[in-house]
Design a protein around this ligand. Structure first.
Ligand code: KG4
Ligand code: ZN
Length: 353
């Protein structure tokens, strides 16, 4: 039998197995990550971050990211296995992020996962990164079940999804320009702060007031879409204006005003969507979900509307491999096939693919 036939037979047998051990790899951006899960239980979660390397350049440099993934991946996977207390013989499937992300970075994870799956004759599960961000919520919240509304808020995506099952969803609104995380990063840079900007803005905003006027995109329009470039431009214009006039300005107020509007847009869209589709749960997914103001405002608005708000622990909001294992688990339980050994990374895969 060839690899695909063996892997498909094995993945079919896993569907009803009581315990599935998944080794997952994530390398889509600037974290090299590996994790081992027994069903939804985290046995290990290793993340080698390159943030300090990319900080020098003010953002992720794709070539440098790929090179550092290549250097780190072997040790990260070994460490994840070691910490899990398992050996390769105990693993039932290999999961890997197929996309979206930086092509060169993704290729490191995909190539490594393919080699592992082939040499161990294990099923290879290709996971959509955004679906992974959503699926990490099943690890954090054991009674979470579809359907629900999901706010996807990462560095590359901002969208409202109607999650219909463990593997299927529909995007009902998305950003027409910048992603929210991207806007956080750009505003931080305009304020002279380092990459990644989200946590920096959050820290600075604590000392500020939301007193600077920010635009409201799609005001009074019946849409779940987002726009972040107008808010970002308003911030940049404000800063330039003050600098040109030589007037002092309060950076904390700028950060606070931007963050306040950014959060309001996300929460308002998500709550309106939950009401429209009569769904009683809103789930937050993606790196921006680590933001405390977003979590607090979402909680407050959900409480008012009798909606349950679910978000992962802060450490599982940004990129990790636990989320990839959790999505692979959904796929295996839903009867997925194994990928073949010619699996390719897909930098532009859509959240619903
Ligand atoms: O989901 P993620 O780790 O990577 C992508 O899939 O893009 O998201 C990274 C993004 C970055 O733009 C980062 O600035 C933002 O999430 N982020 C935050 C916070 N922590 C990370 N944004 C706002 N507040 C935070 N605390
Ligand atoms: Zn991500």
């Amino acid at each position: 039998m060839n690899y695909k036939a063996i892997a498909d037979k094995k993945v079919g047998e896993l569907k009803d197995k009581e315990h599935i051990s998944i080794l997952a790899i994530e390398s889509s951006c600037d974290e090299t990550a590996a994790a081992v899960l027994d069903n939804r239980e985290i046995l290990s979660n290793v993340i080698a971050s390159q943030i300090d390397i990319h900080k020098r350049y003010g953002g992720v440099v794709p070539e440098i990211a790929s090179r550092n993934h290549s250097l780190a991946i072997s040790n990260v996977v070994k460490e994840a296995l070691l910490r899990s207390g398992k050996s390769f013989e105990d693993i039932d499937a290999i999961a890997v992020t197929q996309g979206a992300g930086l092509l060169g970075a993704l290729l490191v994870g995909v190539s490594y996962a393919k080699a592992l799956a082939y040499s161990l004759s294990l099923p290879l599960i290709a996971v959509n990164h955004i679906k992974g961000h959503i699926a990490v919520n099943y690890v954090a919240c054991s009674d979470l079940k579809p359907p629900y509304i999901c706010l996807i808020a990462s560095g590359g995506h901002t969208a409202i999804a109607r999650v219909k099952s463990y593997t299927d969803m529909e995007i009902i609104g998305e950003t027409q320009d910048d992603a929210c995380g991207e806007a956080f990063d750009k505003v931080a840079r305009a304020l002279g702060m380092s990459y990644p900007g989200g946590p920096e803005i959050e820290k600075l905003a604590k000392d500020g007031q939301p007193i600077i006027e920010m635009p409201i995109p799609f005001k009074n329009q019946d849409t779940f879409n987002f726009s972040y470039s107008g808010i970002k431009t308003a911030v940049i214009n404000y800063i330039h204006n003050k600098e040109q006039k030589g007037e002092p300005y309060n950076k904390a107020d700028v950060a606070c005003s931007f963050q306040q509007r950014a959060v309001e847009l996300m929460v308002n869209n998500a709550v309106r969507a939950a009401k429209k589709y009569r769904l009683d749960t809103i789930v937050i997914a993606g790196g921006v979900g680590a933001n405390a103001t977003l979590r607090e405002y979402m909680q407050r608005e959900c409480d008012k509307a009798d909606i349950r708000a679910v978000y992962p622990p802060v450490g599982l909001c940004t990129d990790n491999a636990v989320m990839i294992a959790s999505m692979a688990y959904n796929m295996i339980r839903s009867g997925t096939e194994s990928s073949d050994i010619d699996l390719d990374a897909d930098a532009n895969i859509q959240p619903t693919d």
